[in-house]
Write a protein that binds this ligand. Structure first.
Ligand code: PGA
Length: 265
């Protein structure tokens, strides 16, 4: 029995609309042939915001898949054009969100601090979170990977501490909060990290969490790998002791291939 929940997730980014989403969940349901995630595994897809409606939620559920938002704001409501409210997402059935994806950081000015503030809101609203971090190519090449990951984790770990110190904190019993390690140089490039590179980064992330929050919390925190994951390379990555799941971009858009990834655990 694994110590922590494992998560197989797909990030559609700005691809597929509501009708295509309905078709996708029908197809992937047939591909999966009634298979359901094991008790300690979650299947999640992050479609764009306009494909999060109830009809899509239901179609996804029929295939054993949960859906989530790609972004969530740190305030409940207000003058934040284009943003998504955590309590409103929750009120219409959305239970998952991605936070701090590298594309949010690169194109929309997301920072370690703003991402941690969003995490705080999402977590205290009762959403499941996949929190993304990862180094850029020049940071890896100049030997700064661990330093960058440590820096990116700082505000997140502080926000996580605040949540887990609350009485009756629902994590990890009824809520899932996890980290996705996504090296920026591997996202959408076809250049996947080797199993060893990914495992080393995950080990470092767990060590940082352990030093800040203790061994128990570190052992319970799922850490997903993302960046050019395919049906061909997923099982090698998932076989590493510190890799507890995958976050799949491009390859999650094809229901047959993504079904193979979902069926791999
Ligand atoms: P990719 O994207 O699988 O297309 O590299 C991963 C991600 O951005 O989450």
């Amino acid at each position: 029995m694994a110590k922590r929940t494992r998560i197989l997730a797909g990030n559609w980014k700005m691809n597929l609309g509501p009708n295509e989403a309905l078709e996708y969940f029908g197809t992937i349901g047939r591909e999966l042939g009634g298979k359901r995630p094991a008790a300690d595994v979650r299947w999640v897809i992050f479609p764009p915001a306009y494909a999060l409606g109830r009809e899509v939620q239901q179609a996804a559920r029929q295939a054993g898949i949960e859906i989530g938002a790609q972004n969530v704001h740190s305030e409940d409501k207000g003058a934040f054009t284009g943003e998504l409210s955590a309590p409103v997402l929750k009120s219409f059935g959305i239970q998952w969100c991605l936070i701090g994806h590298s594309e949010r950081r690169q194109y929309f000015g997301e920072t370690d601090e703003s991402a941690a503030a969003r995490f705080k809101k999402a977590a205290s609203t009762g959403l499941n979170v996949v929190y993304c971090i990862g180094e850029r190519l020049q940071e890896r090449e100049s030997g700064q990977t661990e330093e960058v990951l440590t820096r990116q984790l700082g505000p997140f770990v502080a926000a996580l501490r605040e949540q887990i110190q609350k009485p009756n904190c629902p994590w990890p019993q009824t809520l899932s909060w996890s980290i996705a390690y996504e090296p920026v140089w591997a996202i959408g490039t076809g250049k996947v990290a080797t199993n060893e590179q990914a495992e080393a980064a995950h080990r470092h992330i767990r060590k940082v969490v352990q030093e800040a929050l203790g061994a128990d919390t570190a052992e319970k925190l799922p850490i997903l790998y993302g960046g050019s994951v395919t049906p061909e390379n997923a099982s090698g990555l998932l076989g590493q002791p510190n890799i507890d799941g995958v976050l799949v971009g491009g390859a999650s858009l094809k229901p047959d291939g993504f079904a193979r990834i979902l069926a791999s655990l």
